[in-house]
Design a protein around this ligand. Structure first.
Ligand code: 3HC
Ligand code: NAI
Length: 702
């Protein structure tokens, strides 16, 4: 075995090393070896040296760090004049080499990384490698000939599946599809060994396979089903062009990629991608995290069970404690049922489910939480109970353990104080079902220590959540904005609009494209759950003192129309099907008369504006008050937690695209139309100021 070349020193993006007559081009561009201008220049220089040295018998392309190239550098796409041309020319040059070139794959081989590998003559992968073309998740298509090389190598069907889903496949599947040639644990050495006698197989020269016709049909159908994602539409001609001469196909892909890069959905999706990562960087939380190896959860209800599963799914052992035997038993049987459903749907093998389930142990003994590194309480939403539980946890939990509360509305600072160790305390506001929903609002209390916050942000990443830090206020970021959204939804119902009409606008991709409109969402979450918090908020003197404020929801709570679970809510339910509910509409009419609300015809545009613009206004107040760290964080809350479409970029990105001046003008218009006794239409000064200066909320700050 010839001596192995060592990875490059820090500072250089690409280094050519020679050993045993073989060259290795090492890419070293942390964190994920994304293709940047510096990497392209380094690769070109390395190729110059390789071409000049005829004593070398072949070339390995390898990466330092945690992964082979995970894609083009997303931050480059917004630079003026960006095109994939220089990288594509480099790929053509790699493929044209007259000595074999092999890629040594490991980690996550994505986007431009996979396209780089496809330009080589051979590919060897570590068995744990995952491969994919995720560009569609950024509203793009592969722009470095992935749409042209992958169908030639793996067939149209596999190419369509990978490109249109953006998902990753494992190394075994890649081997079966012919995308990689061999699997080996020590991949750089194996790639070197593979060079000997390797034929110069150039993927661009392969004859396209003959499965095009049915796959193109599927691609057209997928594009027609989701017309708001132009990448799916652009994919069809790219795949059609695979049958044409190489240069023509390449030109079709390049034109499509450049159009998509400038398109609103792609700019929005890229904003969300970068905003999610930016949200993880919390000002003032750059302390070393505390180790977390054992979790505790108090309260085995809907949320406690889901939180326990989220942790167990990520490999963490969890002690789940409830005060009542019936509560614990119910909680554990719901967990069993959730895992059984995943097995039934083929999402988990029985063995994997059993392994996850075995990490959760239930008990009635609170002292069992003593060894936990972090305990999340999810007992009933009752302040007296939360305070008494907090006092107990302060005693039971070992020194240095983190105590988190899953409260959705109560004062985290008061709960923190009750523990007697507020530095260890914060809020972790999970969304139901907690094992599935990606959003986690991390509520930073007045006294939360930096390392407490850093630990929980790390834990969030470990359990696969998109974490956003919020300050302490009613509803935190998400539910505080949702109040404005729900308020207008219900006000419009009192004015005579139907829930179906309002939800229709919210859900229509022509307007917003929400996964669920406000009434459908509340019916699902439980009208009682929503109403209780509003009632408490108003009772506590903080909420609006408007007698008509969300009066529909509050009255439905009293009449027992609690949504899906009672078969009656904003809609009436026949099984899961939501039908118009004349009773609720009658109730809305009665309440309108009682509260002197005038009937009004609602054009779709008015519904749209009244749902979105007050939320944007509230978000500006949230920013101005320092509750959210940056505008992008707010967009993450809504895209990861409330079904706001990523291709709109979240409410604030969408507001920026509409123009803040228009939003301010319309808020002023509604203030004049309805009067403004409770300040619902008062424009937040920050919003008015940005609008006057022609500025945006997002981009620079995220
Ligand atoms: N460009 C620039 N930066 C990137 C990047 C990319 N393609 N992918 C990841 N990063 C950065 C992240 O912003 C983050 O930076 P930060 O630490 O400063 O916040 C860092 O890398 C680590 O990322 P994650 O926190 O996401 O780390 P994970 O280990 O959880 O995930 C990953 C790693 C699977 C590579 C994930 O980051 C990912 O899915 N990245 C996107 C991959 C992608 O979409 N590639 C295609 C790009 S488009 C393209 O290639 C076009 C081509 O066809 C022309
Ligand atoms: P739940 O009513 O389903 O469960 C509460 C559980 O706590 C019950 O099993 C009960 O027996 C147990 N419990 C009560 N007192 C206890 C004590 N002293 N010690 C141990 N266990 C005790 O409630 P749910 O819906 O799970 O809510 C829990 C918390 O999560 C609340 O603070 C709620 O506001 C919050 N939340 C709820 C969401 C939801 O959609 N349900 C969403 C986000 C937060």
């Amino acid at each position: 075995m010839p001596p192995m070349p060592s990875p490059p020193r820090e500072g250089t993006a690409v280094t050519l090393r020679r050993a045993g007559g073989i060259a290795t081009l090492w890419i070293d561009n942390p964190p994920v070896n994304a293709i940047s201008a510096r990497v392209i220049a380094g690769l070109a220089e390395g190729l110059d040296a390789f071409e000049a040295d005829r004593s070398l018998t072949g070339l390995v392309i390898a990466c330092a760090g945690r992964t082979f190239v995970a894609g083009g550098d997303i931050t480059m796409f917004d630079q003026p004049g960006f095109t994939p041309r220089p990288f594509n020319a480099l790929l053509a040059r790699i493929e044209a080499q007259d000595r074999p070139v092999v890629a040594a794959l490991f980690g996550t081989v994505l986007g431009g990384g996979l396209e780089l590998a496809l330009a080589c003559h051979g590919r060897v992968a570590d068995p744990a490698t995952r491969l994919g073309l995720p560009e569609i998740t950024l509203g793009l298509l592969p722009g470095s000939l992935g749409t042209q090389r992958l169908p030639r190598l793996a067939g149209y069907a596999a190419a369509l599946r990978m490109i249109s889903s953006g998902g990753m496949i494992g190394a075994e599947e890649a081997l079966a599809l012919g995308i990689v040639d061999a699997l080996a644990p020590e991949v750089t050495g194996a790639a070197r060994a593979a060079l000997a006698g390797l034929p110069l197989r150039r993927v661009s020269g392969l004859t396209p396979p003959d499965d095009a016709a049915p796959v193109l049909e599927q691609a057209r159908a997928a594009a027609a089903a989701r017309p708001w994602l132009p990448a799916l539409t652009e994919l069809v001609p790219c795949l059609e062009a695979v049958a044409r001469p190489w240069a023509e196909g390449a030109a079709v892909e390049e034109a499509a990629f450049l159009r998509l890069m400038a398109s609103a959905p792609s700019r929005a999706l890229r904003h969300v991608f970068l905003a999610e990562r930016a949200a993880a960087r919390v000002p003032g939380a750059d302390a070393a995290p505390r180790p977390v190896a054992q979790m505790g959860v108090l309260g085995a209800g809907t949320m406690g069970g889901g939180i326990a599963m989220a942790c167990a799914n990520a490999g963490l052992p969890v002690t789940l404690v409830d005060a009542s035997a019936a509560g614990l038993e119910r909680g554990l049987s719901l967990i069993d049922a959730a895992y059984a459903a995943m097995v039934k749907r083929g999402r988990l093998t029985p063995e994997a489910a059993a392994k996850r389930r075995a990490r959760i142990s239930g008990t009635l003994d609170m002292a069992a939480l003593g060894p936990a590194d972090m305990v999340i309480e999810a007992v009933f939403e009752d302040m007296a109970l939360k305070l008494s539980v907090a006092r107990e946890l302060g005693q039971v939990c070992k020194p240095g353990a983190i105590i988190a509360t899953n409260t959705s509305t109560l004062d985290v600072d008061a709960i923190a104080a009750a523990t007697g160790r507020p530095g260890d305390v914060l809020g972790t506001h999970f969304f139901s079902p907690a094992q599935i929903m990606r959003l986690l609002e991390v509520v930073r209390g007045r006294d939360t220590a930096p390392d407490t916050l850093a630990t929980v942000m790390g834990l969030a990443k470990r359990i696969g959540k998109a974490a956003v830090v919020s300050g302490v206020c009613y509803g935190f970021i998400g539910n505080r904005m949702a109040e404005a959204y729900m308020r207008e939804s219900e006000a419009m119902q009192l004015e005579g609009a139907s829930p179906g009409q309002i939800d229709g606008v919210a859900e229509s991709p022509d307007w917003i494209g929400m996964a669920m409109g406000p009434s459908r969402m509340l019916d699902m979450a439980g009208v009682d759950v929503g109403a209780r918090t509003v009632i408490e908020w108003i009772k506590g003197g903080q909420g609006p003192q408007d007698p008509a404020y969300r009066i529909l929801c509050r009255t439905m709570f009293e009449t027992g129309a609690h949504g899906q679970k009672t078969g009656q809510g904003y809609y009436r339910y026949a099984g899961r099907e939501a039908l118009a509910n004349p009773e609720t509409q009658g109730l809305a009419a009665r309440l309108a008369a009682e509260h002197h609300v005038a009937a009004r015809a609602h054009a779709d545009e008015e519904i749209f504006e009244r749902l979105l613009f007050p939320m944007v206004n509230e978000a500006a107040a949230i920013l101005a008050g320092g509750i959210a760290n940056r505008p992008g964080d707010i967009d993450v809350v809504w895209t990861a937690g409330y079904g706001f479409p990523g291709w709109r970029g979240g409410p604030l990105f969408m507001a920026d695209e509409i123009g803040l001046d228009r939003i301010v003008a319309r808020l002023d218009h509604y203030a004049a139309t309805f009067g403004n006794p409770y300040g619902y239409w008062t424009v937040t000064p920050l919003l008015r100021d940005l609008a006057a200066r022609g500025q945006r909320l997002t981009r620079s700050a995220s």
